[in-house]
Unconditional design. Structure first.
Length: 505
């Protein structure tokens, strides 16, 4: 007999529908053959499925069983196909009416005792099954709260294979999903153990504070350079306190990414923007994604719609840092393999900090020779540094320096500037000043004749690249938004130019 069960698998941060076709032959030697480009975890399902069926008190057919995962050209990864395969075997062997699986998507990993375990990426998988036409989805009980975030489909939670069979045959009712609070609180996708600092607790550093505010308001990448203890890391840890909240579309997008990455999501969308701070020993795959087997999203994708903080930028491997050049420009990560090509979203704000030289003191008290300084500067390639619209030198503040404005005050100004940008670009493909493409600068960020002349003179005098000139223009537009004005003035341009210092010269 033949049975077919709907399911889905993760490919990067997206999900693709899969049909698990099971054929139980009426003759031939007993065997279990799995075809359709399965990975090691899927191939090992043979033993899990057999043990789970026997542990549930059901009969394992001593016949030739063939399981096909269609489409055959798509590599299947993960253990989420265990439950579909088991239900397919039961249906093909007559232990389940095949009609009960019509229009039902199935996802779940099996334990040897017949229990059904949670799988990563449930939100993405359920949404893919809904789009493929499934009217209900059978999922592990532990994923019920996350799956409930997908509307338009009935969620059927289950705890064990025996219970699932009984429910499908209407011998018992479906169990109730775990109770959720009346107003679920969205979790925050911050880096674990990364403290969130109140901006009002930082003393001094008015120029760096202003640069941080401009970076968040317009989405401009920021490089902070200064001696140890100047407050670079402390300022960056204030970022989450002034980041604007996610919109509904952005919240769903971010939640799907973190679900596909296997991070706990719970029963509510993520409403706070991600703040990721990987260590400087991170590999290229950890930073931008990839890896052997199923390519996984890296920190650049996990920081999508949020901020990525790279502390001690000069200690990162140059090859790892240069892997960020393309994502910073295109706001996506493209990963090519022999049999596949994936695109991960990577629209994030990059904030980085570094010392001016190996000893950290910088001029005039630097103790490094010229060779050491040159070697240190070479770790940061010119094309990478050029992608920072804001480059600010951070000096040591005196102990009695005044405290700055609180985070709530700065966050209000940032939110007002972001609202202005969204209204301005409501009919465009971009929403922030930093994302205005080069071809739309003249129409998207118009300047008066005098302002344009001064900007051009500054570009010639300081020998900015075309990217650098465009970056200063975008920053000037953000400064005008923070001042709640439609016109970019000479003062805005001069201030934007002053925030693009030659900090590594």
């Amino acid at each position: 007999m033949l049975a077919s069960v709907r399911s889905a698998v993760l490919v990067g941060v997206d999900a693709h529908p899969v049909h698990v076709e099971v054929h139980v032959a009426s003759h031939g030697l007993p065997a279990y053959n799995l075809v359709g480009l399965p990975d090691a975890a899927v191939r090992e399902a043979r033993e899990r499925v057999r043990a789970a069926i026997l542990s549930s008190g059901l009969e394992w057919p001593q016949r030739r069983i063939t399981v096909n995962l269609a489409p055959s050209g798509l590599r299947k990864t993960g253990a989420g196909l265990d439950l579909p395969a088991a239900l397919g075997v039961l249906a093909a062997n007559g232990a389940l009416p095949e009609t009960v699986l019509e229009g039902v998507g199935v996802i779940g990993e099996l334990g040897l005792d017949g229990s059904i375990r949670s799988v990563p990426g449930t939100l993405v998988l359920v949404d893919a099954l809904r789009q493929a036409g499934a009217t209900s989805v059978l999922i592990p009980m532990g994923n019920a709260a996350e799956a409930a975030l997908v509307g338009g489909v009935r969620i059927l939670p289950c705890r064990s294979l025996a219970e699932t069979r009984a429910c499908l045959k209407d011998e018992s009712p479906w169990p109730d999903p775990p109770s959720q609070p009346a107003e679920p609180t969205a979790t925050t996708p911050h880096t674990p153990d990364a403290p969130v600092v109140e901006l009002g607790d930082v003393r001094g550093l008015p120029g760096a504070r202003r640069a941080l505010e401009v970076a968040v308001a317009g989405g401009h990448h920021l490089l902070l350079v200064g001696p140890p203890g100047a407050g670079k890391t402390l300022l960056a840890q204030c970022l989450p306190s002034i980041l604007p909240p996610l919109t509904d579309d952005e919240a769903l997008e971010v939640t799907k990414i973190h679900s596909a990455a296997g991070h706990p999501v719970g029963g509510a969308l993520l409403r706070s923007r991600p703040f990721r701070a990987p260590h400087h020993t991170a590999s290229a795959a950890a930073l931008v994604g990839g890896g052997s087997g199923r390519p996984r999203p890296g920190e650049a994708t996990l920081a999508h719609r949020g901020a990525l903080f790279l502390d001690e930028l000069g200690e990162f491997t140059p090859r790892v840092l240069d892997a960020l050049r393309q994502p910073l420009e295109e706001r996506v990560v493209r990963i090519s393999r022999q049999h596949s090509a994936l695109t991960f979203p990577a629209d994030f704000l990059l904030v980085a900090s570094t010392n001016p030289c190996p000893c950290g003191l910088g001029p005039p008290g630097c103790t490094c020779n010229e060779a050491l300084r040159a070697r240190y500067r070479r770790r940061l390639s010119g094309p990478l540094v050029d992608r920072f619209d804001l480059r600010v030198a951070v000096g040591t503040a005196p102990p009695d320096a005044a405290l700055g404005p609180p985070s709530a005050e700065v966050a209000a100004r940032v939110a007002q500037a972001v609202t202005r940008q969204r209204a301005r670009y409501r009919n465009a493909a971009w929403r922030r000043n930093a994302a205005v493409p080069a071809g739309a600068l003249l129409s998207g960020i118009p300047l008066s004749e005098e302002v344009d002349r001064i900007l051009s003179e500054a570009a010639r005098r300081r020998q900015w690249s075309g990217r650098g000139l465009a970056g200063v223009r975008r920053v000037a537009r953000t400064l005008a938004d923070l001042d709640d004005t439609d016109d970019v003035t000479v003062g805005h341009v001069l201030l934007a130019a002053g925030m693009r210092e030659d900090v590594l010269a």
